[in-house]
Design a protein around this ligand. Structure first.
Ligand code: MG
Length: 385
């Protein structure tokens, strides 16, 4: 960082701290330490084999949760640096933002949420926090990664009021209608910029959507026409990539310029002013928001609900539901350490506790591990997907 940070940026020296007190790192800031802990975590490595939209083995070039998270980190860091915010905190939040995702993307999360209905439900944002707060087993002194409040606050993007009440200080902003840090706000939008744009690339690569269809989407067609005008002979992947990189650029510039103006008007003097502000200060212009909604609608109708993707969604649902149900029926099918966790949880909290341990286990699976477990337990031959 060569520019001085803004007075309302999150400051590692005035962090609201960690749940378990630790001595400060020697050569790193507290937020750098958080970023490093996330990179070394098991949950982070699992992202490599978890679905973003396409199931992991459908092709080597599609985004996975890991490459998606790296793209989010890249976009978020650029925005953070430009707005003179804390880049390390931004990166830590971006790398961990999807760490609680189940196998098979949103289909897996919906299935697990349905299984957990009578046991408190399953939300991937809450699960991300649960992983970094409790489930990682890397350190002698504490469970989880013992991250700073600001990192945990950023990881918990959304939360129902019912759950917010159970989360202590990190849930308070949902009850008191306060905002998260600007680093958290911008990472959330960088997530949307990343997936909207890389899903176009993956969608075109898969052949499920076409350039002709995409030309009905304003954000795409505006940049595509410019590319075609400048490089009339350009075709194939280079043309798609040139268009998408310009789309990302346009959205990032809009976000930076609009947010700069809203920050200037609000004139915050500290991160507390950011938290107490009536609304989020990181935002797109109205015009860009409308264009983004059009793009999202297009992707939802033509890609996420494409019948080939939907077939995967149905199968994913079946795999997750079958695994959860069979483990609930007979915990002896679980690996020994999870059997022990189940036994302890059952004693402590009854069936709800046991269900949570099983949900943790199923949610932690990679796509291929879940598929293999399903094949092993139910004697399925051949490819499940
Ligand atoms: Mg994401």
């Amino acid at each position: 960082m060569n520019k001085q940070k803004a007075p309302y940026a999150a400051m590692p020296t005035t962090s609201r701290g960690r749940r378990f007190k630790e001595t400060s790192p020697t050569y790193r800031s507290e937020f750098q330490r958080d970023r490093d802990r996330i990179i070394h975590s098991t949950g982070f490595r699992r992202l490599e084999y978890k679905t973003q939209v396409f199931v992991n083995h459908e092709g080597d070039l599609y985004r996975t949760r890991l490459t998606h998270s790296l793209e989010v980190a890249q976009i978020a860091r650029s925005i953070s640096r430009t707005l003179r915010l804390d880049e390390d905190l931004t990166e830590a939040i971006a790398l961990a933002h999807d760490i609680g995702h189940t196998p098979f993307g949103h289909a897996g999360q919906d299935a697990l949420n349905a299984c957990m209905k009578q046991y408190g439900g399953f939300e991937h944002n809450l699960q991300s926090l649960r992983i970094v707060d409790e489930l990682e087993t890397l350190y002698a002194d504490f469970a989880g990664l013992n991250l700073c409040f600001e990192t945990r606050e950023g990881i918990l993007k959304h939360c129902s009021l019912k759950h917010a009440k159970e989360l202590g200080e990190v849930g308070e902003r949902f009850l008191n209608k306060k905002q998260a840090s600007l680093e958290a706000q911008l990472t959330n939008i960088a997530d949307q910029i990343a997936y909207n744009n890389h899903d176009i690339d993956d969608g075109l690569r898969s052949g499920l959507i076409t350039i002709e269809q995409m030309r009905n989407v304003e954000l795409f067609s505006a940049q595509y026409d410019k590319v075609m005008w400048k490089y009339p002979d350009l075709t194939g992947n280079r043309c798609v990539h040139e268009t998408i990189r310009r789309m990302i650029g346009e959205q990032v510039v809009d976000l930076v310029e609009t947010s700069r103006a809203t920050i200037q008007t609000a004139d915050p003097q500290s991160i507390e002013d950011i938290r107490n502000h009536s609304e989020q200060l990181i935002k797109f212009s109205e015009e860009m928001r409308t264009k983004n909604q059009q793009l999202k609608k297009f992707l939802r109708e033509n890609l996420y609900f494409h019948h080939k993707v939907y077939r995967m969604t149905r199968k994913a649902h079946q795999v997750i539901e079958a695994l959860f149900t069979v483990f609930m029926e007979d915990t002896r099918l679980l690996p020994p350490e999870h059997q022990h966790l189940c036994r302890d949880a059952l004693l402590e909290a009854g069936e709800i506790g046991q269900a949570r341990v099983i949900a943790d286990y199923v949610a932690g699976m990679t796509d291929r591990y879940a598929t293999k477990e399903y094949a092993r337990l139910f004697g399925v031959r051949g490819d499940v997907f």
